[in-house]
Design a protein around this ligand. Structure first.
Ligand SMILES: N[C@@H](CCC(=O)N[C@@H](CS)C(=O)NCC(=O)O)C(=O)O
Length: 219
């Protein structure tokens, strides 16, 4: 059955879904929308997702919006490799890590990346430094988790890794910019500050299909 994924390049939630499709070995046709042209707000796309957001998965006559709904659908339809665990405690740890990311990491990373991607890192220095403090606390928790296990929620790759990874990559792209360097945020290069996390990034980068999911405009 034809499977299509509507996405915006560099969007962390879209990247998470693409990684899940690759990990599960599911073929799909990427349908890239141009944020600069606001294509996600076109009448044609609003007919697919009235919120005008990505990601959206379309499979035959099924349309699914929302990252976690899409991941749950993929898991139910293609249970192996399992991305939401097998044992109850595994499933709980995975959801815990996902909610931790959504509640504690995503927004402060946005507070860093939004001004930084607009070339306004120096103007927004105070906001960025404050957000970076919160982010470093979260990265320290990941660092501890990854000293005990290879993956964020245990000994197997899970949806938690696929949700957190693009957020970390967005962060690194923002703090690795030349104009962010004077802010001395103590995050970049990652291996200098969070070694376990840097190794975890390398493990994800080595996943089969990783390159297919990489944001096209970052290549
Ligand atoms: N909770 C939604 C959030 C989706 C979301 O925020 N998507 C952004 C890209 S990261 C988007 O579509 N932005 C374009 C817009 O809102 O116009 C999900 O996880 O699917």
């Amino acid at each position: 059955m034809a499977r299509e994924l509507y996405f915006i390049s560099g969007s962390p939630p879209c990247w998470s879904v693409m990684l899940a499709l690759e990990v599960k070995g599911l073929a799909y046709t990427p349908r890239r929308l141009d944020n600069a042209k606001r294509e996600q707000k076109s009448a044609e796309y609003l007919a697919i997702n009235p919120r005008g957001q990505v990601p959206v998965l379309v499979e035959g006559d099924v349309t699914i919006c929302e990252t976690l709904a899409i991941l749950s659908y993929l898991e139910a339809a293609t249970p192996t490799p399992a991305l939401f665990g097998s044992l109850p405690v595994e499933t709980a740890r995975i959801w815990q890590a996902i909610f931790d990311c959504d509640g504690n990491l995503r927004e402060p990373v946005g507070q860093i990346s939004r001004p930084s991607f607009r070339g306004k890192a120096i103007e927004a220095a105070e906001q960025i430094k404050e957000a970076a403090e919160t982010v470093r606390d979260e990265l320290a928790l990941y660092e501890t988790a990854l000293s005990e296990n290879e993956w964020l929620a245990g000994n197997s790759l899970s949806a938690a890794d696929l949700i957190v990874f693009p957020v970390i990559m967005q962060l690194l792209r923002a703090v690795g910019r030349e104009d962010a360097a004077p802010l001395e945020l103590a995050i970049y290069p990652l291996a200098d500050h969070f070694l376990n996390l840097a190794s975890w990034v390398s493990r994800i980068e080595a996943l089969p299909g990783y390159d297919n999911a990489y944001p096209p405009h970052w290549k």
